[in-house]
Design a binder for this molecule. Structure first.
Ligand code: SAM
Length: 246
């Protein structure tokens, strides 16, 4: 039976490929890859030799129905992106939608993704969180997102390119109080893995002195404004209400 496997690949450390991912990539009829050259190198390193098809954001609308037809005809396709989970700030969404529409089974494999890897070591509450992917580049277009993060009771997570990091942190500081805690998670799973934790101001200063290099995930702490202090009469009323109900 034809089906689509969504296969995560390492975000840096090659040892993060799972046994199952390797098996699925080896046994599939085709591997649909975002960049066949990049993935070719990865597959070579992990010892997978299989046929590749190209599937990227520029050809995905036209290509998705073709791939779905192949799967309806019985082909098993394993989709990978350049790194991490397909669909997460990467192509794949259209193909998944198309498969669901056409009753082709979609089988996701668990595995590495930069945002979840960063979140669990951030020290911020992981429930709830909001993942934004890449924000728009212009400061004016970023601001509404930062206003949302400012009010959020959830941890906010986004991706940023190293050459845009300083400007983005400046914009962040213009919207949020500069003492709000953030984390910059850099080069996860790689040799230069680093967590820079502190206020927006402290993290910005750090990267003024240490040019940002490599790949980044930025996390903004939840808004933990102290809950409103209740007066005694308000408190008694609240407790009475609870007793009445119980
Ligand atoms: N599909 C990927 C995932 O599941 O995380 C994301 C792909 S997106 C095109 C690439 C961005 O993910 C990078 O610009 C960076 O923000 C983030 N990223 C990927 N690998 C990373 C790593 N090892 N450390 C930190 N951030 C990473």
């Amino acid at each position: 039976e034809g089906k689509l496997y969504l296969v995560p690949t390492p975000i840096g450390n090659l040892e993060d490929i799972t046994i199952r991912a390797k098996k699925v990539l080896t046994e599939a009829d085709y591997i649909a890859a975002e960049d066949t050259r990049t993935s070719g190198i990865l597959l070579e390193k992990i010892g997978v030799h299989n046929k590749m098809l190209s599937f990227h954001k520029y050809n995905s609308v036209q290509r998705a129905p073709e791939l779905v037809q192949m799967m309806k005809d019985g082909a098993v396709i394993a989709e990978i992106s350049d790194a991490g989970m397909p669909v997460i700030s990467d192509p794949g969404y259209i193909l998944v939608q198309e498969c669901i529409k056409e009753d082709v089974p979609v089988v996701p494999l668990p595995g590495p993704s930069a945002f979840a890897t960063a979140l669990i070591a951030s020290g911020f509450d992981a429930q709830p969180f909001t993942y934004y992917g890449f924000l728009p580049r212009k400061a004016s277009e970023q601001k509404p997102y930062f206003e949302q993060m400012n009010k959020a009771k959830a941890t906010s997570i986004f991706y940023e390119a190293p050459h845009r990091l300083s400007k983005t942190l400046q914009t962040l500081a213009s919207v949020l109080p500069v003492e709000r805690q953030i984390v910059a998670a850099r080069e996860l799973t790689k040799i230069h893995e680093e967590f820079v934790r502190g206020t927006i101001q402290e993290v910005s200063e750090y990267f003024e002195n240490n040019a940002p290099r490599g790949e980044f995930v930025i996390l903004v702490s939840p808004n933990t404004e102290a809950p409103k202090q209740l007066s005694w009469p308000e408190l008694i009323k609240l407790v009475d209400g609870l007793v009445d109900q119980g």
